[in-house]
Design a protein around this ligand. Structure first.
Ligand SMILES: [Zn+2]
Length: 320
């Protein structure tokens, strides 16, 4: 939808900016006035469908001396400012309107307005936007706190997942934390910690590594005890099985584990970056130098996929 012309087509006061209705502006039948004196020409029927609060408001007969526009349209004062009302009113219309991507600074007032006027569909549309990666990744802790305080469970979970890209030391205070309980914040930290534990377990726990042997990505690095001269191997022993892998692969897993212990959602380039040192060691061995670079890349992919699968099993305890 194109943005309506912000120039005033009608005004009863030169100080007021007038914004026409997003649909059929000529048939608007009421004016909503923001606290910063912007008049929105809108349709009672559309707003009534969006909210029973609006429906009740319009059903009350206006006193004779209530303010009216030059064309006789009733004017209703709202306590919200124009930056909030502009988005809220557009979201009430059955249009494919998407709030601006950078709405984080406005989100609290938008959610408050949606809650106050019982705009269920608008609330859902805001929640959907909060769940978009482009929004949630911008300020995951702010989104987590806002979503949690407005009872938006799925958006809360999405934001918690985005938090996994941060190291605990990088989690800084945001004012929105004042909106949530200590329990809700604690659940987030608990979730982060559990994801870090589970993620590092994928590359260190013998049982998990053993289960990954079904994939060529890891299994091709399983070696005999006597591999090549000067090529050490490490025994990986689970309760049910044991196998050996070159020491440099074991060191690679250790390096990845340290990354995952800090940030569970390690991006794939980080898995690759540690491969350079691993590859340099591998070519020193007559046998291991036969591994191709793509074999190492496959290993990185298998590990990153398993970490992602394991993290997805961890469930945030939602504290409304
Ligand atoms: Zn070797």
């Amino acid at each position: 939808m194109s943005q309506p012309d912000m120039q005033a087509p009608e005004t009863d006061n030169a100080a007021h900016r007038v914004v026409p209705a997003p649909l059929r502006p000529d048939s608007a039948d009421v004016i909503i006035r923001s606290c910063d004196k912007v008049d929105y020409l809108v349709h009672k029927a559309v707003l009534s469908m969006a909210s029973t609060v609006f429906e009740d408001m319009f059903s009350i007969p206006q006193p004779e001396d209530s303010p009216k526009s030059a064309k006789g349209l009733p004017i209703i004062d709202f306590s919200e400012d124009s930056r909030t009302l502009d988005i809220i009113l557009r979201l009430c219309y059955p249009l494919d309107f998407m709030s601006p991507i950078n709405i984080i600074d406005r989100l609290q007032s938008l959610l408050q307005a949606a809650q106050k006027y019982v705009l269920c569909d608008v609330m859902q549309r805001l929640a959907n936007q909060m769940q978009l990666r482009t929004t949630a990744a911008q300020a995951p802790l702010r989104i987590y706190a806002l979503a949690n305080s407005f009872g938006l469970e799925e958006a809360t979970r999405t934001a918690a997942k985005q938090m996994l890209h941060l190291k605990p030391a990088d989690i800084k205070f945001v004012p929105e934390l004042r909106l949530i309980s200590a329990a809700a914040y604690h659940r987030l930290l608990e979730y982060h910690e559990e994801c870090r534990r589970i993620a590092s377990e994928v590359v260190t726990d013998a049982k998990v590594l053993d289960s990954l042997r079904s994939s060529a990505g890891l299994n091709r690095f399983v070696v005999k005890e006597l591999h090549g001269p000067g090529c050490q191997s490490v025994l990986v022993k689970s309760s049910t099985n044991e196998f050996r892998m070159p020491a440099y692969i074991h060191r690679y897993l250790g390096a990845i584990a340290r990354e995952l212990e800090a940030t569970p959602a390690v991006p794939i380039p980080l898995y690759r970056r540690h491969l350079n040192a691993t590859h340099r060691e591998a070519v020193k061995c007559q046998i291991c130098r036969q591994y191709k670079w793509s074999d190492f890349l496959d290993l990185a992919i298998v590990l990153s996929q398993q970490v992602e699968r394991s993290i997805s099993q961890v469930r945030l305890i939602y504290e409304p």
